[in-house]
Structure formats: C-alpha cells, structure tokens
Design a protein around this ligand. Sequence first.
Ligand SMILES: C[S@@+](CC[C@H](N)C(=O)[O-])C[C@H]1O[C@@H](n2cnc3c(N)ncnc32)[C@H](O)[C@@H]1O
Length: 307
Amino acid sequence: MTRTHIPVLLEESIDYLVTKTNGVYFEATLGFGGHTEKILSRLGKKGSIVSTDVDQYAFDYCKNKFNNEDRIKLYNFNFSLIDVIAKIESLEFFDGVLADIGVSSYQLDNAAAGFSYSTKSELDLRLDKNLQKTAADFINNESEDTIAKIIFEYGEEKNSRKIARKISEFRKINRIETTDELKEIISLVTNPRYLTKTLSRVFQALRIHVNDELAVLKSFLENAVSVLAKGGRLVVISYHSLEDRIVKEFFKYENLTCVCPPDAPICTCGKVKRLNIITRKPIAPSEIEKQNNKRARSAKLRVAERV
Ligand SMILES: C[S@@+](CC[C@H](N)C(=O)[O-])C[C@H]1O[C@@H](n2cnc3c(N)ncnc32)[C@H](O)[C@@H]1O
C-alpha cells in the first residue's frame, strides 16, 4: 500500500476542536490518524485523546503508528458507542469530539478493502466485518422494490428502478458476487457519459445501507452530546448531503430552547437547549485544498458547542 488518506479540512477542524491544551478529546473516525496526529500536536503533556475506528485495517495501522505515544487510547469500536467508550475510560466527559465521517481514500481506492468499483473485489462494503450482511447478500436476496428504494434514497440515483430491474434479471441466472459484476449490470442500463457518477451513487447507497450509516450517525450525535463537557465542541465533517442534513438538523434541534407550537400560551415542552451553533453555514475546503485532494471537494464542516 502506498497512499493512505489525506486528512480533509485539517487545520480548520482542529482549530475549532482544541480549546484546552490539557483536555481529553475524542476522535470518532481514526482512519490513518491524520486528524488524531494533529490533535496530539496541539495538546500538552497532560492532554490526551481517545480515538476509534470500526475498520480493522485502520485500527491496526494506527496501533503501529502511535506505538510510542502514551497520550492516546485506541478502540476498534463503532463510534456510536462513544458513551460506552467514555465509561470504559472512566470519563464523565470529553472536552471535544471530532468526527470525519465516511470512508478513507484507502478504503475507496484499494481493491483489498472491498469498497472500490474501479477494481474487481468481493461485493462486501461492510466497514465492520462482524456485520452479518454484505452488499452481495442484500442485492441477491432483497426484493427489486427494496433495492430500487435504497438506491434512490441513499444514492439519490434517478435510474434506480432500471438498475434494480437489471439486478433482479441477472441474479435469476447467477448470484452477483463481485464489484465487477455489479458494475457491468449497471453499465447495461446507464448512459456511458454518466456511468462513473451512477456507479459512485449506487455503491454509496449500498454502503450506507449495509452499515446502517445514517442511523449510526444519529445515535452517535445523540450520545456524543451526552458525554461532551460544557464549552466542549462537536466538530463534524461530512461528505454527502444525506449526512450533512442529519448533522444540520441535529444541531438546529439541539440549539432550540422550546419546541412548543407557536400559538401555545406558555411553554410546556420542557426542551433543554444543549448546543450553540458555532458555524451558521458549513465550512468548505479552500480551492487549493480541493485542487490538491479530490476527496475534499464535497466536504462540509459544522461545529456546535455544548452549553
Ligand atoms: C474519512 S475517514 C477518516 C480519516 C481520518 N480523519 C484521517 O485523517 O486519517 C473515515 C473513517 O471512519 C471510519 N468509520 C466510518 N464509520 C464508522 C463508525 N460507525 N464507527 C467507527 N469508525 C467509522 C472508517 O472506517 C474510516 O476509516
């Protein structure tokens, strides 16, 4: 392996995150340790960081990378378990939480990781190999309607019905096992001009479904706020509109002091405001960063602070 991952919005995200040099921070998406390393560089001797990644390869890579660093604790857990990790570490709160969600360039570009449609690999797409169902299990066993729905909702792909129909025709003859086979099926019903975009939308949809990524993100945000110290920041980088919408809506809701109907004479909802929104609009990478790292192009950074 040569390339691993170029961290996105690195300076910007860490500038927002680290407010106490001797604080305890949580990095939800360790990957190849780019953000974690930057956080460490801003911390004093008494500062520390707890980082997790559900991907075994990323976890092993960082175990080795941070072998000589005693201010770090690494986990191979799903980030939605942030509250459980805090308990294991006997911590009531973190002083800041960062999540750089999605997948790394390594996962996207390397056949061995099983996420790439540009090289032949098993149609797996599980970030956590302990999950029961692979993408192949899904497209070979689910109804045509469900497949179309997932491709439409999670991939925002208009051609979802045609694609699902072709999948359904093909699997009657042979089980679809590889990324190549799926790619070929999609290419039969897609204008070559749009093939790359369609492939990335379909693979994104399957990945989101297989890993239940949107539900996991919601539960992560909820649990993260419950273990965030007052004044601590929740910093989230997302890469597609479905994720960004969840973060934006969550921040908006947590920023409210009352959710009673507008015509209610008095407030009875009992809503407690837990976050202040720091970035009214999401922060995007600079033009230079986008030019140097194509993966950064769709990134959006949002920050909120625990009140
Ligand atoms: C964009 S990469 C992070 C890269 C990292 N910030 C760096 O600088 O190297 C996203 C990482 O999050 C991990 N990930 C995605 N969903 C996860 C989840 N639910 N729990 C834990 N890790 C997750 C992926 O395996 C991937 O390594």
